[in-house]
Design a protein around this ligand. Structure first.
Ligand code: GLY
Ligand code: MN
Ligand code: MN
Length: 452
């Protein structure tokens, strides 16, 4: 039987729906010229128009969803509102004919005053000053996009966009946007712009590096605090909660990824996320927790003994992981590779782990290192791009070896973030100690402070 709702209940329901679609300015814009320079580079790299479709705001229907822009679109525009599309056209049409649209156009949805009552003002295509606000000389209503694409298709037979992977996981944003583009320009070939865009994103600008350092600084503060407060009897979620609080108080809009705080056996589960166990005396605790600041991710792991003192066996394994990390870091410089070749960071770590220590059966330890040593870091925690591309100055990568021995309830990962410089690397996480002695010292200081 249907229940009658009074006006207050209707109001609360509407508020809940509205909150689910709230727009939070989670990212900090770089100067407009920086986005324009990225677009110029991308336009120069291909011979056809490029269409990049921003998120619609309907990607996540959960009650706690907050709009977050599609990262490639954000990288090229700095525009952080739903429903926008970017169209770039090359300077010289390959046919020699004049292109029918300007080199760069940002398409925006019309303003919706009723929705803005709930969510606050948005930028509309007809707003005075929209050019200065967006950094685009040409801003058009989204309704013009289809016709503009159709006209361009008279000149160009190949268009570029972000193509969906074979099995697009989660909300099918790319599948949907490609279907709409195909509908507008059915007799053209669509090619993937992701490789060119990924390659640009792998090399960071000074502005991006400043935001990344801020994310890393706040995340290091949280790791220090967790070391100082660590005790048997705490629950994993309590450790994570405090770390998240420090991130948020430091200005992070959200976590860069779901926090991993795993004690005992859970320390051996690579992406452990339940966080529901009590931390016991004698456990090792893996804390892989990083915040996201201004849109940029930190990715940091420290492994600590719950009671403040590593056992001899824990320290033995810890020191092997640290030795492997030091060996890999020493190889970071322009030209080095993460994977594949002999001398790659992955090969260095695997060799190191396989030539140090044993399990209880006397086997070498390589079998307990089941993941990759490194990934690029940026707007995404696992920033996209070719992981076999030789390193270049301006790239930021993690170095994160680990050994996980489930039968001993013993997992260790140490993860740091490094900037490749022209003659080596800079450790962006240098302020956060990595040796077992230093960690024990910080934990001892934390205990003393707690008893005073
Ligand atoms: N925190 C996820 C990773 O280290 O790749
Ligand atoms: Mn990582
Ligand atoms: Mn990590």
């Amino acid at each position: 039987m249907a229940r009658r709702l009074d006006i207050r209940q209707v109001g609360l329901m509407l508020l809940a729906v509205a909150c689910a679609c709230c727009v939070v300015q989670a990212r900090f814009r770089q100067p407009s010229e920086e986005y324009a320079a990225r677009r110029t580079k991308l336009r120069a790299s291909v011979d056809g128009p490029i269409v990049v479709v921003g998120y619609t705001g309907h990607e996540d229907a959960s009650e706690v969803a907050i709009f977050f822009q599609e990262p490639h679109f954000y990288y090229l525009t700095g525009h952080d509102e739903p429903g926008a599309v970017l169209l770039l056209t090359p300077d010289e049409p390959n046919s020699g004919a004049q292109a029918s649209t300007p080199a760069e156009v940002l398409y925006l949805p019309p303003r919706n005053p009723a929705q803005e009552k709930w969510e606050g003002p948005k930028i509309g295509p007809d707003d005075p000053g929209v050019q200065e606000k967006t950094g685009f000389a040409n801003v058009e209503p989204i309704a013009n996009l289809k016709g503009d694409l159709a006209k361009l298709a008279d000149t160009y037979k190949t268009f570029y966009t972000l193509m969906p992977p074979k099995n697009e996981e989660g909300y099918p944003h790319l599948t949907n946007s490609v279907a709409e583009i195909r509908d507008a320009i059915p007799h053209t070939t669509l090619k993937d712009i992701a490789p060119a865009l990924d390659a640009l994103r792998q090399v960071k600008s000074d502005g991006e590096l400043a935001l990344m350092q801020k994310a890393i600084d706040v995340s290091m503060d949280a790791q220090f605090d967790a070391m100082r407060r660590m005790r048997p009897g705490l629950f994993e979620y309590q450790v994570a909660a405090r770390m998240k609080e420090i991130h948020e108080m430091g200005g992070c809009a959200r976590e860069a990824y779901s926090p991993i705080v795993g004690a005992g056996f859970n320390s051996t589960v690579l992406h452990y996320s339940a966080l529901d166990s009590e931390i016991k005396d004698g456990d090792l605790v893996v804390m892989d927790v990083g915040g996201e600041y201004g849109g940029y991710a930190a990715d940091i792991t420290r492994t600590v003994p719950a009671n403040g003192k590593f056992t001899a066996r824990q320290r033995e394994i810890y020191d092997i992981v640290l030795g492997a990390q030091n060996a890999a870091m020493a190889a970071v410089k322009p030209g080095a590779v993460l994977y594949g070749a002999k001398g790659s960071l992955q090969a260095i770590v695997t060799d190191y782990i396989n030539t140090h220590g044993h399990d209880k059966e006397g086997h070498t330890l390589g079998r307990y290192y089941p993941h990759g040593v490194s990934h690029h870091l940026g707007l995404d925690v696992h920033d996209p791009g070719d992981r076999n591309r030789p390193l270049e100055a301006g790239m930021v990568v993690t170095v994160e070896p680990g050994i996980y021995i489930p039968e001993e309830n013993l997992g260790v990962r140490i993860e740091d973030d490094v900037l490749v410089t022209k003659d080596g690397y800079r450790l962006l996480t240098a302020r956060l100690p990595r040796t077992a002695d230093e960690i024990e010292k910080i934990m001892a200081e934390g205990k003393t402070a707690a008893t005073q």
